[in-house]
Design a binder for this molecule. Structure first.
Ligand SMILES: Cc1cc2nc3c(=O)[nH]c(=O)nc-3n(C[C@H](O)[C@H](O)[C@H](O)COP(=O)(O)O)c2cc1C
Length: 259
């Protein structure tokens, strides 16, 4: 496929055919992933390919019961990884650090770039993916299930398989609402209203089209999409709790040493 068609044809896939992905195809996807840029070409990430049914069943709970974890033939988890690099440093009599927050961020960025390269390569081959925020939100549980050693933290993950649905592409905020030339130009109230005009309507209609979500919206007395986002979907409490999970796990995984 043309690169532009792949990029613009993207839509998250949450339903999958019961069909295996060949090792050759998976290798092509992973090879595309490791071509991504990385900080200092250190490639401070690891990619975990999960196919085992029993393990996926356990991961399903850690991923907040999202059915694609068990329905898709493969789950990919991209981790920030300084474990490998640190071992190499030891063997070469080099100072061993990278046990700090900056290193975590470097590994996290490397992991995300590799993930998106794999995603595009997969979509180019007719496969579908759906990222799961639960990878980071429940990084401690997922890290344990994936047997991650110190200095490795799950960042992003997605289901991967042959699509069993063909959803329409979702809207995006307009380009001028996202791009700033030369310097950041802060938004007036009018800018915000204009930038979110379509989103307000399309997002709301999307929720109203799903009976379960419509009922929840009515029960909570929500009046617009913005309220759905912070009263129902991403509450302050849940985000504080997930933040604490991540901070604790970073500490545990040896990424918070400031000495
Ligand atoms: C980091 C990240 C986490 C996400 N987490 C979830 C998730 O947990 N469950 C889900 O169904 N979709 C998840 N998504 C998919 C988004 O909902 C989706 O990308 C967005 O709504 C735009 O839709 P599209 O990908 O179909 O264009 C996530 C996407 C990203 C990038």
């Amino acid at each position: 496929m043309e690169l532009n068609d792949v990029i613009h044809g993207h839509r998250s896939i949450r339903e999958y055919e019961d069909r295996e992905i060949s090792q050759e195809l998976l290798d092509r996807i992973l090879q595309a992933g490791i071509r991504a840029s990385s900080s200092g070409n250190m490639q401070t990430y690891s990619i975990i390919v999960t196919k085992d049914k029993e393990l996926k069943e356990k991961l399903y709970h850690a991923h907040m019961e999202q059915s694609m974890v068990v329905d898709a033939p493969i789950l990919l988890t991209f981790c920030a990884d300084f474990n490998r690099m640190r071992k190499w440093l030891v063997l070469n009599d080099a100072p061993v650090h990278f046990d700090n927050y900056m290193s975590f961020m470097i590994g996290a960025i490397d992991a995300a770039l590799a993930a998106q390269n794999c995603a595009l390569a997969a979509e180019n081959e007719g496969l579908g993916i759906c990222y799961m925020g639960s990878t980071l939100a429940n990084c401690d549980q997922i890290g344990e299930l994936l047997n991650l050693p110190l200095n490795v933290v799950p960042i992003v993950g997605y289901s991967l398989g042959y699509p069993a649905e063909n959803p329409a592409p979702r809207d995006r905020l307009p380009l001028h609402g996202l791009v700033h030339y030369d310097q950041y130009h802060d938004y007036s109230d009018e800018d915000i209203q204009e930038i979110y005009k379509d989103r307000n309507e399309k997002g709301w209609n999307r929720y109203m089209a799903v009976p379960k979500l419509k009922e929840m919206t009515e029960q909570l007395g929500l009046k617009n999409l913005a309220q759905i986002y912070t009263i129902a979907k991403y509450t302050k409490e849940s985000h504080q709790e997930f933040s604490q999970t991540v901070l604790n796990y970073l500490e545990r995984q040896n990424f918070m040493n400031n000495e």
